[in-house]
Design a binder for this molecule. Sequence first.
Ligand SMILES: NC(=O)c1ccc[n+]([C@@H]2O[C@H](COP(=O)([O-])OP(=O)(O)OC[C@H]3O[C@@H](n4cnc5c(N)ncnc54)[C@H](O)[C@@H]3O)[C@@H](O)[C@H]2O)c1
Length: 381
Amino acid sequence: MKKIRVAIIGCGSISDIYMSNIQSGKFSILELAACSDLFPAAMEKQAAKYGCKAMTTEEICADPSIDMVINLTIPAAHYPVIKQCLEAGKHVFSEKMIAVELWQGKELVELANEKGLYLGVAPDTFLGASVQTAKYIVEQGLIGKPISCRASISRNYGIYGEFLPHLCKRGGGIGFDMGGYYLTALAAILGPVKAVSAFTAINDPDRINTRVALDREGNMLYGREYKLEDANVITATMQYESGVLGTLHMNSDCILDETYGLEIYGTDGILYMGNPNEFGNPVYIKKTMSDKVEFPLTHGYAENSRGVGAAEMAWAITNGRKNRASKEMAFHVFELMHSIMTSAETGKMVQLESSFETPAALPAGYMGDGGWTRTEESALA
Ligand SMILES: NC(=O)c1ccc[n+]([C@@H]2O[C@H](COP(=O)([O-])OP(=O)(O)OC[C@H]3O[C@@H](n4cnc5c(N)ncnc54)[C@H](O)[C@@H]3O)[C@@H](O)[C@H]2O)c1
């Protein structure tokens, strides 16, 4: 088997787990060739830590031995970085969302199609044990016919946003940042959304940084003024193409402890999904007149497996099939969040234009502990 040689662009907070998962051999299909960052100290540090080459994006694009780029830059850089790499003939797997503006996402999907290149987009948590178990439960008919769903999350971005400023900028607020996990987990099970209507608010948009720390350039963060550019309170109702009706509630101006809820209600039971930002969160079912019971996880990748979407895409490239964390599903979820914003701005219901093929479930039974004799990676092949 020929490995797919990857370069990581963006050596910030999330890069450690991607790089350590690849370097540890968790995804044997991937070989870490290089890493890059606009901030040279960040790329030198990660290159030394994970034993790969520090290169500029231009050098990566010009290197014919590199097959795929994993884009871990901030949302505002997703569009230019993905575009540059596709134009250079590289397959790209990008962190969420695909871009900031809708037209940018559209252009990237078209560019990848024109070039015949793979473009995959996070979140890839839906390939983990928790969401795949939920998908298995629905596909086995254990809750009957799904007819409604509910997704809810509260977090405190006042705290996260003070050290990850991209969360305060357009395209980085809770809808685009966390919305991706909830809406992708539902999309991977329930398929595309047909129409949406919403209300949003930016509670207290003018902020002052309270963090007594220096930024990477050595400047004090404390007392710096900043503005929230995206909604921090979102409520929406969604109609899925299948007829399922759903509600979404998001609040990033709440307490620090994250609270989440993600449920699918069927004619024969209620499925309580795990936190979709994690890989192996427990999944529960409640049936008529019975207690809520934990359902054993049916799939591998229960631990932090960031990068599994890139590995699955590498297997898809190798075997000439479509990848599951597809650009079409990612674009649809992106359009859905934009439609939520448009509905709130216009006071009108918005019909979605895009659709996608619901990704096939991973084969069940390939557990991380090797208990079923085959490796969990064999489920990706
Ligand atoms: N931090 C998390 O816990 C987390 C979790 C899951 C997903 N993500 C996603 O990962 C992405 C990165 O997030 P992060 O938290 O690591 O951000 P970060 O700010 O910590 O790191 C981003 C890095 O990208 C670099 N960068 C920016 N523009 C660039 C460009 N044009 N070329 C090369 N490098 C560039 C920055 O210098 C920085 O080092 C985002 O899309 C985010 O939504 C983050």
